[in-house]
Structures are given as C-alpha cells and as structure tokens.
Write a protein that binds this ligand. Structure first.
Ligand code: ATP
Ligand code: MG
Length: 231
C-alpha cells in the first residue's frame, strides 16, 4: 500500500529532514511512526499525500510513484487518504457539521449522501451535541474529534494521523485509538505519528522509528516484530 525506497527530503537546511528512508506498509496494517521532535514524522506523512515531494528516492502509494504522478491524478490520490493534521486545520467560519461536510463536497459526493455520511461520522465521534458550534467554541479534544471525523467521512483507504491524541486526556486518547482500531479492522490502512509511548505500548502494533531523519527501526512489514507482538 505504501512503499518508500531510499527517500531523502531536504528543505532549505543543510541536514535533510529525511535521509535514505526505505519502508513498506501493507494494506490493512496499523502502524505507529515515532521519534523525537524534528525526527521527520510529519515530513514523511506529507510525502504520502503529495503535500511534499521527495528530493531523492521513490514514494509509492498503491504502487503509484507520487512524485511523477500527473497533477490531474493528485485529487484522486488525496481522495483515498484521510489526514488528521497536527494542528487540525479546521475552518473557523464553518460549524462542526459544515467542516465535516466540506470534505465530502470537495470530492463531489451527491448531496444526499454528503448529509448522511456527515451525520453518521459525527455521531460515531460523539459530536452530535456540537453540530452547530464553531471550532473556537469547542474544547481541544472536541476539535481533534472534528478533525478525525473529517478525515474519515470519505471512507479513505489510508488514514494518516499526526499526533492525533496529543491534546486529549488519557481516557479520550484511548477512545480515539479504539476508534482507529475499529476503522482499521474494516480494512483501512492506518499510520499514526506520535510521541505517546504509553499509547504505543498499549496498542502492540508495528512501530517505525525515526531519528534525525533516519529510520532506526520497523521499516519492514511485520518482520521485526517479536513473536506474539501483534495484538
Ligand atoms: N516546511 C519546512 N521547511 C523547512 N524545514 C522544515 C519544514 N518542515 C519541517 N522542516 C524541518 O524538517 C525537520 C523534520 O521536521 P518534521 O516536522 O517532519 O518533524 P517531526 O518529527 O514531525 O517533529 P514534531 O514531533 O515536532 O512534530 C525539522 O528539522 C524541521 O525543522
Ligand atoms: Mg510533526
């Protein structure tokens, strides 16, 4: 589903954000991406939906090289990928309902289905009582759940989440992880960037670790997991 071959990503700075990273994530996997601040986690996620392109190497999503993909195919790629950003990126002048429904509008979903899917996912995330509130009227955890609802509403093949539990109390964080697990059990490939070691320990899934832009563990599918290491 996701393959990186010797991927290097340089921004302006001399040291690259990612250096020679190779990894493979299979369809249906649930994987954590971890590493200290600045290790390159967000950069790696951004490469996957072509928010950035690699400076060297190849990024393949569903066997398609995202760097050489023609521009007209990019919306199609993004339709398959739900993204929960580190800073949520909610639209401040839209309500909860509108923020989530907007994601269905931009892909041209028929209006009746837009409404049905939006209500469904908002209910799933326990946000019914917040439908007509604006982001600034919500708590951090509620905003996070709106961001997750928006990422899920189009039923993506791949879910990318950048520190999705960063602002949540432990109970809510666990609830969100349970939800991700549920989504994963329906076949969505899930990749979560997080610092949260306790969460990683609890979940018992594959962990890809980055340090200073280099892959230090977990690049191969399942191969490095100890026996019985997968819940
Ligand atoms: N748009 C950008 N322009 C220039 N440098 C960037 C950009 N984005 C990230 N970097 C740099 O690339 C490196 C990796 O950053 P990245 O955001 O991928 O790390 P991270 O692992 O997500 O960190 P955090 O845990 O703090 O979110 C850092 O040194 C950062 O300063
Ligand atoms: Mg980051």
């Amino acid at each position: 589903m996701i393959q990186l071959f010797h991927v290097t990503k340089k921004y302006a700075a001399a040291t690259p954000a990612l250096s020679d990273v190779s990894l493979h994530i299979e369809k249906g996997e649930f994987v954590f991406l971890t590493g200290p601040s600045g290790a390159g986690k967000t950069t790696l996620l951004r490469l996957l939906f072509r928010d950035e392109i690699p400076s060297a190497g190849q990024v393949l999503v569903r066997n398609e090289n995202i760097a050489t993909m023609p521009r007209r195919r990019v919306p199609g790629l993004r339709r398959q990928i739900g993204v929960v950003f580190q800073d949520f990126k909610l639209l401040p002048r839209k309500t909860v309902f509108e923020n989530v429904a907007y994601a269905t509008q931009v892909i041209g979903m028929p209006p009746r289905e837009q409404r049905a899917r939006t209500y469904q996912v908002i209910e799933m995330l326990g946000l019914n009582h917040r439908l007509h509130n604006y982001p600034e009227q919500l708590s951090g955890g509620e905003q996070q759940r709106v961001a997750i609802a928006r990422a899920l509403v189009n039923r993506p093949l791949i879910l990318l989440a950048d520190e999705p539990t960063g602002n949540l109390d432990p109970d809510l964080a666990l609830e969100i992880m349970t939800l991700f697990k549920q989504i994963n059990s329906h076949g969505t490939t899930v990749l979560i960037a997080t610092h949260d070691r306790e969460m990683i320990r609890r979940m018992q899934r594959r962990v890809i670790a980055l340090e200073n832009g280099m892959l230090v563990a977990g690049g191969d599918t399942m191969a490095e997991l100890p026996a019985g290491g997968r819940a």
